[in-house]
Design a protein around this ligand. Structure first.
Ligand code: SF4
Ligand code: SF4
Length: 413
């Protein structure tokens, strides 16, 4: 019998209520009896682009799960991710840029970079061994919280692919690419989350996993079978699940059964979304063609290749040709103060308040004592349609995020 739920919610209050109710009513049996047992939440913190760009797990969803666990009495909670190789290699702290560490402090839980964890070896294809973080195997409750998004190499990135972030460091992540879909399934054979909560609030279509377009679905999916959930996400996005490479490989291995297909075929979502599929540009498509990809993989992540690609000019060229999806900007966001000019608000339905993960009474709270509880996530600033939220300080890497996504976020939020 499959466990699967899809709920729709808009705004932080509705999101928190939907998550808490669903967990309490449908998934309470997943909770450990011992209130001090280790609980690990594994979000998708793939890049320093915040959740509103469709890239990473929404802080409002993480906050909802943390509140539920804290209210239920759990005391040993952590959020952990082994962030993307490029950022790791560039020494950029994605967990900090996304304010996951600030959210952790707000709720009195831990934030871990799994790239520095103790390693446990697991088998990959052709006798290769890779290492996952010990914490993911030792958690009494492991909650996988992927983003719903397209992926130019495998089709879609949801529950199955999100577990690549449980691998320790770049040297282990690069081994996945030796046989991408098969090794993603190998990780899922070793690392088995008890619960999956998929963030489709602001999903990504098109050239994912980093350079696609945000698409607001407002959907949150829950379940305990990652194969079924990934099939259901494909259905929700109007994708043929058999064309998602990880699911095609799971079907070939016999992991996807007739029962999975029956559930997938019979389940009725309230609304379906037509996601634009990921279409890489001509150079990326040429290089990532299965016939040629092995030559690229032979040099990718070598010290020489990394050194050349770390230069500004080559980095920009790779980004322009679509061979690289991320921009690695050294400059941090240095925020001195956020303030709201409420004379500009007009009849705005308080979008800022809908997006504040820590429930501040915005916009008024920005100009009040309550602003000390702000975790500086900048969601309110990103969604404000009237430019009423101003900040003093240096935008740093946020400039690039707003250049690529600012207009669309303000339009769809
Ligand atoms: S989103 Fe901007 S315009 Fe709307 S209430 Fe908040 S500060 Fe005012
Ligand atoms: S006030 Fe704005 S920046 Fe501060 S936590 Fe809320 S949404 Fe984030």
């Amino acid at each position: 019998m499959f466990r699967f739920d899809a709920v729709k919610a808009d705004g932080v209050t509705a999101i928190k209520a939907a998550v808490k109710n669903t967990l309490r009513e449908k998934y309470a049996d997943k909770l450990p009896k011992d209130k001090s047992a280790p609980i690990l939440i594994k979000p998708n913190l793939n890049s320093n682009m915040n959740a509103l760009t469709g890239n990473t797990t929404d802080l409002r969803l993480l906050a909802a799960v943390l509140e539920f666990l804290k209210e239920t009495g759990y005391t040993n909670i952590a959020m952990g991710e082994g962030t993307n190789s490029g950022f790791y290699r560039s020494g950029i702290n994605v967990i900090s840029r996304l304010k996951v560490d600030s959210l952790a402090r707000h709720y009195g839980v831990k934030a871990l970079d799994l790239n520095y964890s103790e390693r446990v070896e697991i088998p990959f294809e052709n006798g290769v061994k890779a290492s996952v973080a010990k914490e993911v195997l030792e958690a009494a409750l492991l909650i996988n919280m992927p983003k719903m998004k397209t992926h130019f190499e495998v089709g879609m990135s949801v529950c199955l692919k999100n577990l690549i972030g449980t691998l320790v460091g770049q040297e282990n992540k690069k081994k996945t690419h030796l046989s991408l879909s098969s090794n993603i399934l190998n990780i899922n054979k070793a690392v088995k989350p008890h619960l999956h909560i998929v963030d489709g609030l602001m999903a990504m279509e098109g050239l994912g996993p980093t350079r696609g377009t945000p698409l607001k679905t407002g959907v949150i999916l829950f379940g305990d079978d990652p194969y079924l959930i990934d099939m259901m996400v494909a259905k929700l996005a109007t994708f043929d699940y058999a064309k998602v490479k990880t699911l095609a490989e799971a079907e070939r291995r016999g992991i996807i059964t007739g029962a999975h297909k029956k559930f997938h075929d019979e389940y009725q979502f309230g609304d379906l979304f037509r996601f634009e599929p990921p279409k890489p540009g001509p150079i990326a498509a040429f290089i990532h063609n299965p016939k040629r990809q092995k030559y690229f993989l032979a040099i990718r992540n070598t010290a020489f290749f990394n050194a050349v690609c770390s230069t500004n000019i080559v980095g920009k060229l790779l980004f322009l040709t679509g061979l690289r999806q991320d921009v690695f900007i050294d400059d941090e966001l240095e925020l001195e103060k956020l303030a709201a000019d409420t004379s500009k608000c007009g009849d705005c339905p308080k979008k800022c308040a809908d997006y504040c993960p820590v429930d501040l009474d915005l916009p008024a709270a920005l100009n009040a004592e309550a602003a000390t509880k702000c975790i500086n996530c900048m969601y309110c600033y990103c969604v404000c349609p009237n430019g009423a939220i101003e900040f003093s300080g240096k935008a740093g890497f946020l400039d690039e995020q707003m250049r690529q996504y600012g207009q669309i976020i303000r339009r769809i939020a």
